[in-house]
Design a protein around this ligand. Structure first.
Ligand code: GTP
Ligand code: MG
Length: 200
């Protein structure tokens, strides 16, 4: 899919303030600092569409970006960031759970996972929560530029093994690097495929 236009549309504190539009939307979610906002910029060929930062917790609102005038990419606040107790970290912020529970326009979520880390409980818990709530999702591994090809291969293998302990069917997996512009085509083709199937 060609990106012909990508525009900031709206920032919302709460799901009830999100756009009234019925256009399909795709949400980027994951731990703080994993690279959600950077990936949105990379995918849309823009450097500053979504605000990025090396300090975790930059994105605090639900941000809608209108793509090609026909669908939304949604940048969500990260979960798991907070200088608080472990039990607190495990809870996903209410704005995030409300978004997933109430936003009917959401077609599919992308959970972003830093490829350098072993499978983290907070991500696995969130995936289980999505499945329990009947929300479709895929995984995008980020920051692939930080590892060698061989390391990437091993990390993906380990991650899949971990997922296989819980599930028979694994989610779709993408590998990305915003720094090296990797993974854009695969993610966009996947979105296009779904958009086409919705319209028909
Ligand atoms: P929050 O909004 O705080 O939840 O973070 P986020 O997930 O939106 O992360 P963001 O895109 O702001 O990026 C966090 C940091 O990771 C920044 O310093 C980015 O430059 C860096 N980063 C993001 N993607 C990549 C990547 O593909 N490769 C490398 N090397 N660094 C990246
Ligand atoms: Mg962000």
């Amino acid at each position: 899919m060609q990106i012909k236009s990508a525009k900031f549309y709206l920032s919302s504190h709460k799901v009830k303030d999100c756009p009234k539009s019925i256009l399909p939307e795709y949400a980027f979610i994951g731990r703080s600092n994993v690279g959600k906002s950077s990936l949105i910029n990379m995918i849309t060929n823009q450097r500053k569409l979504a605000k990025t930062s090396s300090t975790p917790g930059k994105t605090q609102l639900i941000n809608h970006f209108l793509i090609n005038g026909s669908w939304f990419l949604v940048d969500l606040p990260g979960y798991g960031y907070a200088k608080t107790s472990k039990s607190n970290k495990k809870k996903f912020q209410k704005s995030i759970t409300d978004y997933f529970n109430q936003r009917n326009q959401l077609v599919s979520a992308f959970i972003l996972v830093d490829i350098r880390h072993a499978a983290l409980e907070i991500d696995l818990d969130f995936m289980i929560w999505l499945v329990t709530n009947n929300i479709s999702f895929s995984i995008i591994f980020t920051k692939a530029d930080k590892l060698t090809e061989k390391e990437i291969e091993n990390k993906i293998k380990d991650y899949k093994q971990k997922l296989e302990k819980d599930w028979e069917i694994l989610p779709k997996i993408f590998i990305s690097s915003s720094k090296k512009h990797l993974g854009k085509e695969a993610v966009l083709s996947y979105i296009q495929e779904i958009n086409t199937s919705i319209i028909q």
